[in-house]
Write a protein that binds this ligand. Structure first.
Ligand code: ADP
Ligand code: MG
Length: 176
């Protein structure tokens, strides 16, 4: 920039010395002071992921989290909990008329689960692609459910299926 205003030069020095100040004007934030290009604005999606009791029992929490990070998701919330049957029933309320509802909620409350909010571009679809089909036998090779699922019920992981359900599910476990 030719003839930068003195105030901007001073702001540059302060930025180099102390990093960005909380109330910095957007213009200064965009000036690439440290040599890094500002990240492109991309719409980030959030999805709810659960490592189910079959997987925590097999001690593959670490493997699944490693895969999540390798795939480029950011884990923005995470907790390990042992759900009560009622909490599992509330979570899977959309399936209450299904024949597998009681067995599913019994299973989901049978041991600890790891509940996470994952963030990425198109996180909902991408996490479902990484998990694979509900039935591990039908899931593509290399998917988590194919590699680690035991049955259509005990299929290692959960993922939200749409934007509205993701929001509802995230609220269900992480409402502040
Ligand atoms: P997904 O988890 O792939 O979104 P669904 O929403 O249809 O699948 O089902 C929720 C969960 O219920 C599944 O992940 C699985 O644990 C269980 N489930 C689904 N279908 C069956 C079934 N036919 N028998 C037993 N359990 C099932
Ligand atoms: Mg579902």
């Amino acid at each position: 920039m030719l003839n930068p205003k003195p105030a901007l030069v001073k702001a540059d020095r302060l930025l180099r010395a102390f990093g960005p100040a909380p109330g910095l004007t957007p213009r200064l934030k965009m000036r690439n002071i440290g040599g890094e290009l500002p990240p492109k604005e991309r719409p980030m999606d959030k999805t709810l992921a659960i490592i189910k009791p079959d997987a925590t029992k097999k001690r593959i929490i670490g493997k699944i989290i490693e895969r999540i990070e390798e795939e480029g998701f950011s884990i923005v919330r995470m907790k390990l909990v042992h759900l009560t049957k009622n909490e599992a029933k509330g979570f899977y309320i959309v399936h209450k008329e299904k024949g597998f509802y009681d067995s599913l909620t019994e299973f989901m409350s049978s041991g600890p689960v790891v509940i996470m909010v994952l963030e990425a571009e198109s996180a909902i679809k991408r996490w479902r692609d990484v998990m694979g089909a509900t039935d591990p036998a039908l899931a593509k090779p290399g998917t988590i459910r194919r590699d680690h699922g035991f049955s259509i019920e005990r299929n290692a992981t959960h993922g939200s299926d749409a934007a509205e359900t993701a929001e509802w599910e995230i609220d269900y476990f992480f409402k502040k």
